[in-house]
Ligand binder design. Structure first.
Ligand SMILES: *[C@@H]1O[C@H](CO)[C@@H](O)[C@H](O)[C@H]1NC(C)=O
Ligand SMILES: *[C@@H]1O[C@H](CO)[C@@H](O)[C@H](O)[C@H]1NC(C)=O
Length: 737
């Protein structure tokens, strides 16, 4: 039995407890939450805003949508504005050819823009699927028009640069005026290709006959660090180097050299430097995350980059991992041993023959010998595997499918560079996580759309502090952070958001980049998030007392009438905190009930007045998130007349009146109409001892049943009689004819 299968079996047997705790987003924002407003751009009758390209100064965003190219003015305070719109739909002839080939006229026979690159200051180069007949064109930025190729053809043939099928993944990269593309090269979608075109040199491609790529290779990203002499491609394909009982997908990285010009006798017009290797992203003893969804390269100094990739698992539903690879670890594998296919046994083994110089596939200057090229024809797969940094995933989330990743590197107060991962999901969420020496910290999660749909593209504009999201219905623009949402020093530090720091002079949480070089009086603690030491040291750290509570929670004073039920919400400012109420009374909380969302219901009695504080304890630090002062009821013993102000208004008098009237009416009606059934009917009535009018606008069935403290017994049952709607309806149905 192969090792991989054994590992899988062990994975099934390992208890879940062995796994590292999964990092939860500290704050989650629902779609439309004003704390994380999204600026939206969309045009009527335009869909699939898949391709995004930002001009160098981050002031103009080019968008490739279905049958249309757009130029948007961005980076200002407002939402993106269209400055130019260029329709580019397939001709009627192409569309009907597409339909004739049994492709859908509703969903497929359009021009989905896939390649969108800046050729030079004046021209873009774009390609689209063009109704299953890929086409490319130049865009003159002066007047935003397509430039015809001039040779009778309206557009250039996009075969080998752009997929035929909008469902197929692809990648394209412009380096030194040449287009490097990874895509499907045919209509059937079984001949993948890595190509180089444009520019002055001869076009190059992978050899289809030698099967350098499996027929299902699917490309997700490509990179070349500035100053590097290589181009990397990230993709997915069926592996045939493993004996495995079923189709096994592996994530791969391939490499070609920029200086490659193809062979002379051997490998004419083909890459002479193509090598590929397996990427590993797995937790020990678990199913590997073997399906790569997307990758991102974060350039480092000296022509190097770190690669970040998001993975899902072939055999495990709902779960994603992020793995990071240094370019050195990738290079090391490409410097290692080659695999070769043993023709007799049809098995892949390690090549054990003599070394050659220069090494086949290396980016050495000077022509390679025919011998080296012949060797390369069937030694393109490396034996070593590329392992992630620290040997394991950076981040693992169950039940989340990441589709896109972008990584930013903001500077913190002390000049430290932090790496912040922006992760888009298949159901329309954006997770923001900061990479830390220990476990990563998920700062926030933002729901992007009201209904689930995949994030198709993410593009950072770090200079403007913005992120663009491409999706089926438009483009979203999101600030990388909203520091003013953290309202106290403690919260600002607990958030551990590298973009934010506490400004002691202004007494507000503000963008860390505003601190400048000196940053005196500013506080930030991304690594540990410990406000205790920092915020209470000296004046600068103290939270604004003027607003009441020591942590910025203003005191809300309420004067509820006697017997009213007061609802005291406790805002969940952090999902990582534990919440507890501090309340007066003998014993404390005797007349209170706690809802699952930590809202406290207090029955207003003598002795229930006083200070109520909801406290959050997070990372060893306790802070007040809500602070209420309930006044001693003023009136006499009997039911008060005046409802309290604000959203804790009591509807007690109205409730009592309505309930009593309803009960009396129904009882009378029941007596008259049902006669003999009276007893039976009464038994069906569910009497709820409540004393609590459900707060207005909330579902009636929810309160008071959920948690341990029983409903206050003090309320006289007579006042609490309440017929359940269902029973009332039920009774009406049975009215005799
Ligand atoms: C940019 O590229 C286009 C297309 O190749 C070419 O016509 C144009 O002259 C170039 N412009 C500059 C400024 O190099
Ligand atoms: C930040 O959040 C606050 C509320 O906490 C909101 O009023 C403000 O509009 C938000 N600002 C931005 C730029 O998102």
């Amino acid at each position: 039995m192969p090792g991989a299968a054994l590992r899988l079996l062990c994975g099934v047997l390992l208890p879940a407890a062995v796994l590292r705790a999964e990092p939860l987003p500290r704050v989650a924002f629902a779609a439309g939450d004003p704390r994380r407003p999204l600026a939206r751009f969309s045009l009527p009758n335009v869909s699939d805003y898949d391709a995004l390209l930002l001009r160098g100064d981050e002031d103009e965003l080019y968008v490739g949508a279905r049958d249309r190219l757009l130029a948007l003015a961005v980076g200002g305070p407002g939402p993106p504005l269209a400055t130019a719109s260029l329709p580019w739909a397939p001709t009627a002839e192409k569309a009907s050819e597409c339909a004739f080939k049994k492709k859908s006229q509703e969903t497929e026979c359009f021009n989905f823009i896939r390649v969108l690159v800046a050729l030079n200051r004046t021209h873009l180069y774009v390609c689209g699927t063009y109704a299953f007949s890929p086409a490319c064109a130049y865009v003159d930025l002066e007047n935003f028009t397509l430039v015809a190729s001039g040779r009778g053809q309206p557009f250039l043939d996009g075969k080998g640069q752009c997929p035929f099928d909008p469902q197929h993944t692809h990648t394209a990269l412009l380096v030194d005026g040449e287009l490097y593309a990874g895509t499907m090269n045919n209509f059937q979608g079984n001949e993948p290709i890595i190509s180089r075109s444009l520019g002055g040199r001869p076009a190059l491609k992978t050899d289809a006959f030698l099967r350098w790529l499996a027929a299902d290779a699917a490309f997700v990203a490509s990179f070349s660090a500035p100053g590097d002499d290589k181009v990397y491609f990230f993709f997915e394909e069926t592996a045939d180097e493993f004996d495995f009982f079923e189709r096994l997908l592996v994530p791969r990285v391939a490499r070609v050299c920029k200086g490659d010009v193809g062979g002379e006798k051997v490998l004419q017009k083909k890459w002479t430097t193509f090598l590929k290797a397996q990427l590993v992203c797995a937790q020990p003893g678990r199913f590997p995350f073997n399906v790569i969804q997307h990758a991102f390269a974060l350039p480092r100094r000296a022509g190097r980059a770190d690669f970040y990739a998001v993975f899902t698992a072939q055999w495990q539903a709902g779960g994603s991992a992020v793995c990071a690879y240094s370019q050195e670890s990738v290079e090391q594998v490409f410097e290692g041993k080659y695999k070769e296919l043993n023709k007799e046994s049809s098995r892949w083994t390690v090549y054990g023959g003599p070394d050659m110089s220069p090494r086949p596939g290396s980016c050495s200057v000077g022509p390679s010998s025919d011998k080296a090229l012949t060797f390369l024809k069937d030694h393109f797969l490396m034996d070593g595997k590329v392992l992630p940094g620290r040997g394991e995933p950076l981040l693992v989330r169950a039940g989340v499918k990441y589709t896109r990743i972008a990584v930013d590197e903001p500077r913190g107060l002390a000049g430290t560079a932090y790496r912040v991962l922006f992760l888009g999901t298949a159901d329309g969420f954006l997770d923001k996580a900061v990479e830390l020496p220990g476990a990563p910290h998920v700062v926030e999660r933002i729901q992007l759309f009201p209904a689930p749909e995949p994030v198709k593209n993410l593009l950072l504009a770090p200079g403007k502090g913005l992120l663009y999201v491409g999706y089926s219905g438009g483009v979203l623009q999101i600030p990388l952070a909203n520091c003013s949402g953290y309202r106290s020093c403690a919260e600002c530090l607990l958030a551990r958001d590298p973009y934010c720091a506490w400004d002691g002079h202004n007494r507000s949480c503000r963008p860390a980049r505003l601190a400048g070089a000196h940053a005196s009086g500013w506080l930030q603690d991304v690594e540990t998030g410990q406000p205790a030491a920092a915020c209470h040291r000296g004046r600068s750290g103290a939270a604004p007392r003027a607003r009441g509570g020591p942590d910025g929670a203003a005191v809300e004073t309420l004067s509820p009438p006697l017997h009213a039920v007061v609802r005291l919400p406790c805002p969940r400012r952090s999902a990582l905190a534990a919440y507890a109420w501090q309340q007066p009374g003998e014993p404390p909380g005797a007349a209170a009930a706690l809802l699952p969302d930590h809202t406290l219901l207090v029955l207003m009695r003598r002795g229930a007045a006083g200070a109520y504080r909801c406290q959050a304890t997070e990372n060893g630090y306790t802070w007040t998130v809500a602070h209420y002062l309930l006044r001693e009821p003023a009136g006499a013993e009997e039911a008060p007349g005046r409802p309290a102000a604000g959203h804790h208004r009591s509807y007690w008098p109205q409730f009592v009146t309505v309930t009593v009237l309803l009960a009396v009416t129904l009882a009378a009606a029941a007596c008259v109409a049902f006669g003999a059934y009276h007893e039976q009917l009464k038994a069906r009535r569910k009497v709820r001892g409540c004393g609590a009018a459900p707060p207005p606008g909330r579902p009636e069935k929810e309160p008071l049943r959920a948690e341990a403290p029983p409903p206050p017994a003090a309320a006289p049952p007579a006042r609490c009689l309440q017929l359940r709607d269902a029973d009332a309806d039920d009774g009406a149905e049975r009215l005799p004819a």
